[in-house]
Design a protein around this ligand. Structure first.
Ligand code: NAG
Ligand code: NAG
Ligand code: NAG
Ligand code: NAG
Length: 356
């Protein structure tokens, strides 16, 4: 039952003009879910439109063309676009360290060796996740170079998860294995036995740490004061939501936000929460959780891509220099810095009313 005053408060809030942010994402991260479900966007005057991206090619085209204001995508994409394709993409900060990334297979495949001769479905064979898969399979002596397996391009994690569970693509082609992320890793583990995918390896057991999801924009946005101000408010809301998520005092409210966002049970949401706050592979940016890019993490991304010939940069290209944060560089913290300063002046609280 809603009281009259609550209804009125709602109407007043709706009457305020909110500024629209077009946000592209592969999945509703826990940080986004908290921001979205607990009012961290409207509290900061924003109407954030979530655009589900189908694959990285389409996502980067949309951010570069101005269709999206901001994108969260694994940072390897940004490395590829900037250093291989000379596209002016800019990373504002790190959201996570490889969200629950696993190599998962259909129930009848129980070891990496059984993937010999099989296709592995991916977003793109030239994506960071595909290079991580190469690294993991190589621990069992399977290499792409020797044709021990091959990649089949299917799309983002939602479509790959559904293909894995169906053990087939929509066109009937058999599916054996893929890389899964939050929230699908946990969702898969909660399917009835016989349907639950097997986890053949955790990526964090092979490469650690990695920088994964990152806030990504087109560099030209930073030349516009209006656009920069909008991005700053978005980052403030996400920062507040991430801080809320990572504070154990807010556990019940965070889990409730995940129940609503993901449409999963309380039990599954509690497991998703545990994965999102995991200090190794969750939505963290240690040590301060201020969206700083882990220099070790991003260098590991670079090393994995380099190892499998994924850069067309000159042999003497200095990645250490290229990854120094600064104006005009791949990583630029100017928006993040102002966003946190704004948060410190006016902390956003969210609207969860559950007791701790
Ligand atoms: C919190 O904010 C969200 C987003 O505006 C809204 O959907 C939800 O109804 C709000 N909840 C409460 C308890 O006010
Ligand atoms: C990416 O998605 C777009 C839009 O749905 C589609 O047209 C395109 O074929 C996809 N590209 C790849 C490489 O899957
Ligand atoms: C089904 O789709 C996959 C991925 O696009 C493709 O590689 C495969 O050749 C297709 N199979 C058939 C029978 O069309
Ligand atoms: C690469 O750049 C870093 C940072 O600017 C510098 O310290 C290092 O000496 C450079 N390495 C080489 C081989 O030039």
């Amino acid at each position: 039952m809603q009281s009259r005053s609550l209804v009125l408060a709602g109407l007043v809030a709706c009457a305020q003009a909110l500024d629209t942010v077009q946000y592209g994402a592969f999945l509703a991260t826990a940080t986004y879910s908290v921001a979205n479900q607990l009012g961290f966007f409207p509290e900061n005057g924003l109407n954030v439109v979530y655009n589900q991206v189908p694959n990285s090619t389409a996502a980067f085209a949309s951010v570069l063309s101005g269709e999206y204001d901001i994108l969260t995508a694994t940072v390897d994409n940004a490395l590829n676009y900037r250093f291989n394709q000379n596209q002016e993409v800019t990373v504002l900060g790190q959201l996570d360290q490889g969200p629950d990334l696993v190599l998962a297979s259909i129930p009848s495949i129980t070891s990496i060796d059984q993937l010999r001769g099989k296709p592995i479905i991916v977003d793109s064979p030239l994506s960071g996740y595909a290079y991580l898969l190469q690294e993991v399979l190589a621990t069992h002596g399977l290499t792409l170079a020797n044709n021990d397996y091959y990649f089949m391009t299917v799309g983002g994690t939602p479509s790959r998860f559904s293909a894995l569970v169906n053990e087939a693509l929509p066109n009937g082609t058999a599916v054996y294995a893929t890389i899964l992320t939050y929230p699908f890793t946990v969702e898969g583990q909660n399917l009835p036995s016989g349907q639950a995918p097997n986890i053949l390896a955790r990526i964090s057991d092979v490469v650690y740490p990695i920088t994964s999801s990152a806030f990504t924009i087109r560099e030209s946005s930073l030349a516009s004061k209006t656009e920069t101000a909008l991005l700053t408010r978005f980052m403030t809301s996400m920062y507040a939501a991430n801080k809320f998520l990572l504070n154990p005092r807010n556990k019940r409210c965070s889990i409730q936000a995940l129940v609503k966002q993901l449409g999963v049970s309380q039990n599954v949401a509690a497991q998703e929460y545990a994965s999102a706050v995991n200090w190794l592979s969750g939505e963290v940016s240690p040590p301060r959780n201020d969206f700083s890019v882990s220099q070790t993490g991003i260098m590991n991304d670079v090393q994995v891509r380099l190892q499998f010939g994924g850069f067309s940069t000159p042999a003497d290209f200095n990645f250490t220099a290229a990854l120094v944060p600064g104006k005009g560089n791949l990583i630029d913290y100017s928006v993040r810095n102002v966003a946190i300063a704004q948060y410190l002046k006016h902390p956003l609280k969210g609207n969860c009313t559950l007791p701790h």
